[in-house]
Structure formats: structure tokens, C-alpha cells
Design a protein around this ligand. Structure first.
Ligand code: FES
Length: 341
């Protein structure tokens, strides 16, 4: 079976008005350059209402406000920082309905050796948690047509996007890939919205991994393409798209180090730490300070931001006088940081 675009009758005036309506709903972002997400100070206490297992290795958790106030508003693509019972901080996409401020839904796949996902899988109803956020680094943009590509648990930010675009009456398609159907949460639920717009494409159906041509079948010049999944999937799609096409992606892993040069991190009070060209300062520092906290490894959660005492950095989302050890690199030979403030 190939990924054929479904027919979209009456795409003229109806589609134009739907695009306009969605553009108005997305007005704060539409037409602006995408800004990186930043740490969010807002904290909210929630309580675990239900814990389900839609797949063997996926836990779906519903979180409700611990007090009388509704949960903070959010838009499709948003994440929250979850402070786990041990104090670990982890980021998860909200995968429920953005219009429902009575509950947040989160789905987490168990990662071998992953302490954050292990703790999420041990949650029980009634447990209280603190959240920070939501923040959104993967927003929907107004477009006349949308193609959503999700790999495995990458469906979590995509699911509310599908609901938003569907509610706006716009054309959309979803391709959800995964190792087998039993490991692919949420997409069967989304297929109830419009069965002919959802393709669940498991790797074990005899055809192997889907190709870029398969994933992008039917995407026209005006189609906005969204992809969340493993980095190889995102890269495959990115390379296959013609230059200038609208492509939005979110990865669940640290960004690759591009053009890395070695440098030194001098920790106030010692020691000096050599950062090789292909490693992050965070990894190098944790080799000598294993208690150095981190969470997102992508620069935005703020957990590894530390005072920068000397030197300058690039690719650094931390504010003035600070540096994000997980992504920033020294401009010159090295930097001096303070890990104890
Ligand atoms: S900013 Fe999140 S770990 Fe570095």
C-alpha cells in the first residue's frame, strides 16, 4: 500500500477561509521567525489522575490541577518540564486536547537505562508532581495543507497538531511509523477523526523502513511538513524536500555537534576539563563532576546553565553572563565557569 493523498473536495473558498481562521488563531507566531524555546519560570502543581499503558512500553498519564485554577493554556507542539519524585527534571510533549484546560496528557516510552522514563512508568494515581511551562519550540504555522510525519513516540507533539488542524477544517494527512502496530500509540485514536487521512506504517509489514518518497507522497508546494521522530528519519525527510519548502521538526535527542573544535572548560576552584571536538562541555564536565545536573540536553530547560566567568561562547541560549554547557561551545581556546553558584 502506498501513501496516497486523500481527495480533498471543495478546496477553494472553504480552504481559504479555514487557513485565514487558523492564521488568526496562530496570529502571535504566523509570519514571524521561529524563536528557540526558553526556560519558563511558571510552576504548577498537578496530580496524577490516571495511568494507562496503550502499548507495552508506553505509559499514558493524565495530570489534573492540584488546586481550583485551570491548567495554563497551551498550543499544539508544547512541552512541559516534569519534576519527578526523585527531583529529576524531564521534558515531555503534551499530547491531549489544547482546548481542555482541565487535564494534561503525556505519553512516555520506556527507554532502556533511562531513569526519567522509568520513574514516569512507576507513577501511580494520586501522586503530586510539579511542572514548569508549557513552552513551545515546535509551533504550528498557518498553511493551506499539512503533512504530519511521526516516528514512534514522536507522535506525542503531532497528535494535538492533527486535532487543531482538523478542527480548523483544513486538509491534513498523518503518517505514523514504528517497529510494529502494537508499539504505535495515539494514531489509531487520531484515525477516528478521518480514517482516510491516517496511514499507520509499521516497519514489519514486509516493506522495511519507509522511504522519503513514501513519507512525502502527495505533499505539494504549499504543504507544510512536520516531522517528529528519530534523527535519521528527520534527516531523511529534510534532505528529500526541495530547498525552500516549509519543514518543521522536533528531535528528542541532543543536536549533532557541527564544526566542533576542542576547547577547555576551567571550573572555578578546578580542575580544567578538556572538551574534545565531538563531545559537549556537559559530557566532559560530568566526567569529573558526575553530579552536574542536566535534563533536555538541547539548551532550553536551563538545568545546566551556569555562570560564565571568562571567555565567550557561540550557539549559547543562556542569558548574559551564563552558558549552557549542553550545547554552547567556546569561541576561543576556553571558558571559565562557576559550577557552585
Ligand atoms: S539546558 Fe537543558 S540540559 Fe542544558
Amino acid at each position: 500500500m502506498s501513501v496516497a493523498p486523500p481527495p480533498y473536495p471543495n478546496r477553494g473558498a472553504t480552504t481559504l477561509s479555514a487557513v485565514t481562521a487558523l492564521a488568526q488563531r496562530l496570529s502571535a507566531r504566523s509570519g514571524r521567525r521561529r524563536r528557540p524555546a526558553r526556560a519558563v519560570d511558571r510552576t504548577v502543581t498537578v496530580e496524577v489522575r490516571t495511568v494507562r499503558h496503550p502499548c507495552d512500553d508506553v505509559v499514558a498519564v493524565e495530570l489534573v490541577p492540584a488546586g481550583p485554577a485551570p491548567l495554563p493554556a497551551w498550543r499544539a507542539g508544547a512541552q512541559v518540564d516534569v519534576e519527578l519524585p526523585s527531583g529529576l527534571l524531564r521534558q515531555y510533549s503534551l499530547c491531549g486536547d489544547p482546548a481542555d484546560r482541565t487535564v494534561y496528557r503525556i505519553a512516555v516510552r520506556a527507554v532502556p537505562g533511562g531513569e526519567g522514563s522509568a520513574q514516569m512508568h512507576r507513577l501511580t494515581p494520586g501522586t503530586r508532581l510539579r511542572l514548569r511551562g508549557p513552552r513551545n519550540a515546535f509551533p504550528l504555522a498557518a498553511a493551506p495543507d499539512h503533512l504530519f510525519l511521526a516516528g514512534g513516540i514522536g507522535i506525542t507533539p503531532i497528535a494535538p497538531m492533527v486535532r487543531t488542524v482538523h478542527a480548523a477544517g483544513l486538509p491534513w494527512r498523518l503518517v505514523h511509523t514504528g517497529r510494529d502496530l502494537a508499539s504505535m500509540p495515539l494514531s489509531a485514536e487520531l484515525a477516528t477523526l478521518a480514517p482516510d487521512r491516517v496511514l499507520r506504517r509499521p516497519d514489519d509489514d514486509g516493506r522495511g523502513l519507509p522511504t522519503a518518497a513514501e513519507l512525502l507522497a502527495g505533499a505539494g508546494a504549499g504543504t507544510a511538513v512536520y516531522c517528529c521522530g528519530p534523527p535519521p528519519m528527520i534527516e531523511t525527510v529534510r534532505r528529500a524536500l526541495p530547498a525552500g519548502r516549509r519543514f518543521h521538526s522536533e528531535r528528542f535527542s541532543p543536536p549533532p555537534i557541527r564544526d566542533g573544535r576542542p576547547f577547555t572548560v576551567r571550573i572555578a576552584g578546578g580542575p580544567d576539563v578538556a572538551v574534545p571536538a565531538d563531545r559537549t562541555a556537559l559530557d566532559a564536565v560530568r566526567a569529573v563532576r558526575p553530579d552536574m545536573p542536566y535534563s533536555c540536553r538541547q539548551g532550553f530547560c536551563g538545568t545546566c546553565h551556569v555562570p560564565l566567568l571568562a571567555g565567550t561562547t557561540r550557539d549559547d541560549p543562556a542569558g548574559p553572563g551564563r552558558t549552557a554547557l549542553c550545547v554552547a561551545r567556546a569561541d576561543g581556546d576556553g571558558v571559565v565557569v562557576d559550577l557552585d553558584r
